[in-house]
Ligand binder design. Structure first.
Ligand SMILES: Nc1ncnc2c1ncn2[C@@H]1O[C@H](COP(=O)(O)OP(=O)(O)OP(=O)(O)O)[C@@H](O)[C@H]1O
Ligand SMILES: [Mg+2]
Length: 340
């Protein structure tokens, strides 16, 4: 990798999602999918976006990548700032270039991202030569280095194989190589390891950690708090289309303030050693279009009292920690009592 870790600026905001709303737009109606989401991606940091299925993680990630339109949704409020520019106002062509060069993407299913008709080498060389002034030999060198950086052994030999000849774990790393080959400043990784066995999963996560350590700002979308606790620096917990709690991983996972975060931790024992039983949260995430006006977790919340049906705002709770629950001090107190 060409980044020199000694010169990397850390903790600097690289990309800021500012209060975005995303809606699915039909002919005569629109449904709000994601509401008032703000996330700062910082150089050298992995920011996790966590929450149950259907909470809006992928919609948020796609908004950053400018890919929601293809899925019938659009950003209709707020802004996404990157390098002094508003990404929301870029044309599809400008966004396409930015995505290739400065913002890398890794998804859960590599088969949609790696062209089955091309050898691995051809896919990589095409990305390189589209965006860089290099000759064939130069492109080859960069491609082989990207495969090595993505943890692929025998990189030279892998250049000549087709995706169908590779295992799922290797293909996932090829997708990572494609995402990092142009040394992007931002990496959006949406469930990058969900389809992998635990050993390959750990290897891919370590690679993502290394990329952050070398200066990339990473958004790591996951439902796995164990991985968050091991690899991420910051976390935003999403529920029913908005962020309910955010802050440094050690604060949020050790001292959750939102009842939903606390329940998620109980359901993910590896993320927290306080519990030895697996808890599932009764009920389901409200679907877009059926979101209650007040607290969205109210129907599933053990702390709910009268007043919780009122809208909640995301409020600061100590330094860098924020929570969208006016009962948060009772939650914190109850967890403290349980621990002591
Ligand atoms: N284009 C769309 N049109 C209508 N509804 C959509 C669209 N895209 C997403 N949704 C809905 O928005 C909600 C959030 O979807 P999203 O894919 O962001 O969830 P997620 O948090 O990534 O879940 P998972 O963990 O299963 O990947 C879901 O209820 C989904 O069905
Ligand atoms: Mg998703």
């Amino acid at each position: 990798m060409s980044n020199d870790s000694t010169k990397v600026a850390r903790d600097v905001d690289v990309l800021s999602v500012e209060n975005i709303t995303v809606s699915a737009v039909g002919k005569n109606s629109s449904i709000r999918l994601v509401d008032d989401v703000s996330i700062n991606l910082k150089a050298g940091k992995i920011t996790a976006l966590a929450g149950e299925s259907g909470s809006g993680k992928t919609v948020t990630a796609m908004a950053i990548l400018g890919l929601n339109k293809e899925r019938g949704a659009r950003i209709d409020g707020g802004d996404i700032r990157y390098g002094g520019r508003s990404l929301v106002s870029l044309t599809d062509k400008e966004m396409h270039t930015l995505r290739g060069v400065e913002i890398g993407a890794v998804f859960q299913d590599p088969s949609n991202s790696v062209d089955p008709m091309y050898t691995i080498g051809n896919s990589l060389r095409e990305v390189i030569r589209t965006h860089k002034q290099v000759d064939a030999q130069g492109a080859n060198r960069i491609a082989i280095q990207a495969l090595r950086d993505a943890g692929i052994d025998n990189a030279e030999e892998r250049m000549d194989v087709y995706p169908s000849q590779l295992s799922g774990g290797l293909l996932q790393r090829v997708m990572l190589a494609l995402a990092i080959v142009l040394n992007p400043k931002v990496i959006i990784a949406d469930e990058p390891t969900t389809a992998l066995d635990v050993i390959v999963q750990a290897r891919v996560m370590r690679l993502i950690r290394q990329l952050a350590d070398r200066g990339a700002a990473v958004l790591f979308v996951t439902h796995d708090l164990g991985l968050v606790s091991e690899y991420a620096d910051e976390i935003h917990v999403m529920y029913a289309g908005h962020v309910v709690e955010s802050g440094p991983v050690h604060n949020v996972l050790k001292q959750p303030k939102h009842p939903y975060t606390s329940k998620l931790i109980e359901a993910n024992p590896s993320a927290d050693t306080r519990t030895d039983r697996l808890t599932t949260i009764p009920g389901g995430v409200p679907t877009p279009g059926e979101i209650p006006a007040g607290c969205r977790f109210v129907d599933r919340c053990a702390f709910a009292i009268e007043g919780c049906e009122m809208p909640q705002v995301l409020e600061a709770y100590g330094i860098e920690h924020s929570v969208r629950c006016w009962r948060s001090s009772s939650v914190a107190e109850s967890l403290h009592r349980r621990d002591s």
